[in-house]
Design a protein around this ligand. Structure first.
Ligand code: SF4
Length: 368
C-alpha cells in the first residue's frame, strides 16, 4: 500500500469543543433515587437542558424515528441518567492499557469519524451516565491485586493495580454534567494502596481536576494525533488546547501521557507527526518531575465498526478499504483490518524514533 493516503485539508480549522449541552436529559426512576443522579439532573437543568423523568427504569422515548441522520442527531443529543447494573459493574481486563476496565458512563457527545465505540456499543449512540457512582467506586476494591495485564508486566508492575475509566466514554467530555471523574480522582487519591486510575481524553476542561488530592495515583493521557487528522474529531478540543491541558495537569503533579491515535499514514505523515511531537514537547517543557508515558494505536476497523461508522458519517473520507489492509483476528475470533506489515513497520520505526528524539522522558507503554 502506498503511504500517500488522500490528503485531508491541512489548512482547515481544527474543531473546537464547546461544553456539551444535551438537547434533552432522560432520567430513570432508579437513577433519581441516587444523590449523584439527582445532582447530574440539577446540573443539566441549570444549563437549560429539558429533563424528562421516566416512569420506570427502561429507557424509552429515544426519538429514533426518521432517517439515519435524524436518528444519529437525536441520539447524540441525548444524555440518559441511569443505574449501572451488577453485570455492568463486573470489571473486565483491558489489555494492553490496564488490569481492569470500569465505567462511569457509556457513550460520548463527540463525533469522531473512527469512533472506537462504533464496534463495541450497540444501539443508538446516546450518552449514559451512571447515578450509582458510589456503588461503582466501592466495587473497585474487590479487584485490587488481582490484575493480570499491567500487574503481570515486569515493566509496568510498579503502577500497581490499574483501572481504566475511558474505554466506553470520554469521561472528561461530560464532567461538567456528571462530576463522576472528579469523584473517582478523589477516591483514588484517598485509596492508600498500590493503585492507578487511568483515563484518556480528547477534551481540555481540566480545571475541576487541578486542585484535587490525586496523590500521584492518577495518570491522565491526552489522545492526540497529527494535526490534519484532527478534522476527523468533531466536537473535541483542538490539539493546542489538549496539550495545554496536559501541561496544566502535569504541573498539578498528575502522571500524564500521550495516546497517539489512531495513527494513519496520511500524505506527509512524517512531517505531520514530527510537528505533533514538537508541540507536545513544547507544552511539557518546563514541567518539573514530569512522569510521562506514550501509547501508540494504529487505525483499524472491523466489519461491524465500518458498517456503523458509514451509517453515522456517510461523507467521511476516512479510509476503510479492506483491499488496502491486512486481516487479523481479535481475541474473540472476529476479524479486524489493520495496516499491512510494511506500512506498520514504517510508521512504527519513525514514530518510535521521534518519541526517543523529541520526548526522551516518555516511557513507551505499547504499540498496537
Ligand atoms: Fe468516540 Fe472517543 Fe471520539 Fe468520543 S472522543 S466520539 S468516544 S473516539
Amino acid at each position: 500500500m502506498s503511504l500517500a493516503e488522500p490528503l485531508l485539508d491541512v489548512l482547515a480549522p481544527q474543531p473546537r469543543a464547546r461544553q456539551w449541552r444535551p438537547d434533552r436529559v432522560l432520567v430513570t426512576r432508579a437513577a433519581l433515587a441516587w444523590p449523584h443522579g439527582r445532582a447530574i439532573v440539577e446540573r443539566a437543568a441549570a444549563l437549560g437542558c429539558p429533563v424528562v423523568e421516566l416512569p420506570g427504569d427502561r429507557l424509552v422515548g429515544l426519538g429514533q424515528e426518521g432517517d439515519a441522520r435524524a436518528r444519529y442527531k437525536a441520539a447524540k443529543g441525548t444524555l440518559a441518567v441511569t443505574v449501572a447494573s451488577a453485570a455492568k459493574r463486573r470489571l473486565q481486563p483491558i489489555p494492553p492499557s490496564a488490569d481492569w476496565r470500569f465505567d462511569l458512563a457509556e457513550g460520548c457527545p463527540a463525533h469522531c469519524q473512527y469512533c472506537y465505540l462504533a464496534g463495541s456499543l450497540g444501539g443508538p449512540p446516546i450518552t449514559r451516565v451512571y447515578a450509582n457512582l458510589d456503588e461503582i467506586l466501592d466495587g473497585l476494591a474487590d479487584y485490587l491485586g488481582k490484575g493480570a495485564v499491567t500487574s503481570a508486566s515486569e515493566a509496568r508492575a510498579a503502577e500497581g493495580t490499574t483501572y481504566e475509566a475511558s474505554c466506553y466514554t470520554d469521561p472528561l467530555g461530560i464532567e461538567h454534567l456528571s462530576g463522576s471523574l472528579s469523584a473517582a480522582v478523589q477516591r483514588f487519591g484517598a485509596w492508600d494502596a498500590p493503585v492507578q486510575l487511568r483515563f484518556t481524553t480528547k477534551f481540555a476542561g481540566v480545571a475541576p481536576l487541578l486542585g484535587l488530592a490525586h496523590n500521584g495515583r492518577v495518570r491522565v493521557r491526552m489522545s492526540v494525533n497529527a494535526r490534519p487528522l484532527l478534522r476527523q474529531e468533531g466536537g473535541t478540543a483542538s490539539l493546542d488546547e489538549r496539550l495545554a491541558a496536559l501541561g496544566a495537569l502535569a504541573r498539578a503533579g498528575y502522571k500524564v501521557g500521550l495516546t497517539v491515535a489512531p495513527i494513519q499514514p496520511l500524505e506527509g505523515w512524517r512531517d505531520a507527526y514530527a510537528d505533533l511531537f514538537d508541540a507536545a514537547a513544547a507544552a511539557l517543557r518546563d514541567v518539573r518531575n514530569l512522569d510521562l508515558t506514550a501509547e501508540f494505536i494504529t487505525h483499524r476497523f472491523t466489519p461491524k465498526s465500518k458498517a456503523v461508522l458509514q451509517d453515522w458519517y456517510p461523507a467521511s473520507k476516512l479510509e476503510m478499504d479492506e483491499a488496502l489492509r491486512s486481516r487479523k483476528f481479535t481475541k474473540f475470533g472476529s476479524i479486524k483490518h489493520v495496516y499491512p506489515t510494511a506500512t506498520m513497520g514504517e510508521l512504527r520505526s519513525e514514530l518510535m524514533r521521534l518519541a526517543a528524539a523529541v520526548l526522551p522522558q516518555a516511557k513507551v507503554l505499547y504499540w498496537t
